[in-house]
Design a protein. Structure first.
Lengths: 185, 231
């Protein structure tokens, strides 16, 4: 976790919502330039965004229940229920499968989400993302290749006060681990 | 919303000054921008509606989202063709696993359409002021289209507009569309998701949209017909 590869850093380019110039046609959309002003995301760059201050639901882990708190969260496993980290960033990795409404300061999706996304700052759908549900944020970035079904609402979102930092990112009381795939370890 | 009743202010920015639709002339052969009078008219019709709600039946693109959001519109997106293909794949899988002779082994196209619509295009009546169907209907199973059209008609607000493209010959390649500005969209070659199913004759198009109040068609230099229908 600490030994990040040289040059690895989370994508932090700001999204200004400007209409990009049309890209030249390509044979495959995945190879086309991203139409958002976010940097193009790759599974590798997503993985590199896991930091010391970030909780992680790894691939092979499945969690049901409500997740609240103030830590950033990276989900590369499965999560069902409700995720509410209003002051934090949630990243759904390429292997992540979430069936939950998500509320966070920032939401980045590379995997699959079935549920509403509500972000205080921004939502970004990566090129491999599959999202079904409403998307609400003041800024929304969509990479080419993202699959989305739902309503897009670009609006200022009133978020509840973030949970105090002393509280755990994952509400252990509410969580009910369903299965752990030991093959993944 | 009515293009006959709606006053057209003078000026180039209105829909009253059509240019020849079709691929935009360009020295760059790779430029795939299409000038679209139907898009211009579509936007003009919606321009008076505050926070008009649009349903895009193609894949989601940042450019399209930004364009509509900047205009104060509300956008919903549902990639119908992809969903339909995924639905058919699931149905095939289900049928493959059904024991021979079991009930439901064979279902009509109409029933298939009903099943598809149980989980798709699920919006309350009159939810949208505009629907962008692009060339979706050319790729859909002809037997299913009437049911889909019925649903689209229901979710359109009275006075709402629907934009659709029809190829005059089987499309040489599968393509997707995204909006560039209020009179142009970009045609993007894409991996083939579906084969061109049917070339609609003008009469068939009018029959398909018989419920709609009025229609306008623009034929491009490439013989692609851009049609706009008003509920």
């Amino acid at each position: 976790m600490w030994n990040k590869p040289t040059g690895a850093k989370p994508s932090s380019q700001d999204f200004n919502g400007a209409v990009p110039p049309p890209s030249k046609p390509q044979e495959m959309p995945k190879s086309s330039a991203p139409s958002s002003s976010f940097a193009p995301s790759t599974p590798q760059s997503m993985a590199e965004t896991v930091t010391a201050h970030m909780s992680k639901i790894s691939s092979g882990l499945k969690i049901q229940g409500e997740i609240t708190g103030s830590s950033d969260l990276y989900i590369d496993g499965e999560a069902q229920g409700k995720i509410r980290l209003t002051g934090s960033r949630i990243t759904v990795g390429p292997n992540g499968r979430v069936q939950a409404d998500i509320e966070a300061r920032e939401i980045v999706v590379e995997g699959s989400v079935q549920g509403n996304l509500k972000a205080g700052e921004r939502v970004r759908l990566g090129g491999s993302s599959r999202v079904q549900g409403m998307m609400m944020a003041p800024r929304i970035g969509i990479d080419d290749g993202a699959r989305y079904r739902g309503k897009v609402e670009v609006t200022r979102v009133e978020m509840a006060r973030p949970t105090p930092a002393s509280e755990p990112a994952i509400d252990a009381e509410a969580l009910k681990p369903v299965s752990v795939n030991s093959d993944d370890e | 919303m009515n293009w006959i009743a709606k006053a057209r202010p003078s000026g180039a920015a209105t829909a009253a000054a059509p240019v020849k639709p079709g691929p935009a002339p360009s020295s760059d052969p790779s430029a795939n921008i299409r000038i679209s009078n139907s898009l211009k008219e579509f936007l003009w019709l919606l321009s008076d509606i505050p926070h008009a709600r649009i349903l895009d039946l193609g894949p989601i693109w940042q450019a399209t989202v930004t364009f509509f959001v900047d205009k104060g519109f509300r956008l919903a997106s549902e990639d119908m063709l992809r969903t339909w293909k995924e639905f058919l794949t699931d149905e095939e899988e289900r049928l493959r696993n059904t024991p021979v002779g079991a009930e439901g082994e064979k279902i009509s196209r109409s029933l298939l359409a009903d099943r598809f619509l149980q989980s798709n295009l699920q919006y309350p009546e009159a939810s949208f002021h505009g629907v962008l169907a692009w060339d979706l209907l050319d790729y859909f199973d002809v037997a299913v289209i009437p049911r889909v059209m019925e649903r689209i008609f229901n979710i359109l607000h009275p006075g709402g507009a629907m934009l659709a493209l029809f190829h005059s010959r089987p499309a040489p390649r599968f393509q997707r569309y995204r909006i560039v500005d209020s009179q142009r969209f970009e045609v993007l070659p894409a991996p083939t998701l579906a084969v061109h199913s049917h070339v609609f004759q003008n009469r068939e198009i009018l029959d398909l949209f018989a419920q709609f109040r009025s229609s306008k068609t623009f034929v491009g230099r490439d013989q692609v017909r851009e049609a706009l229908f008003l509920k």
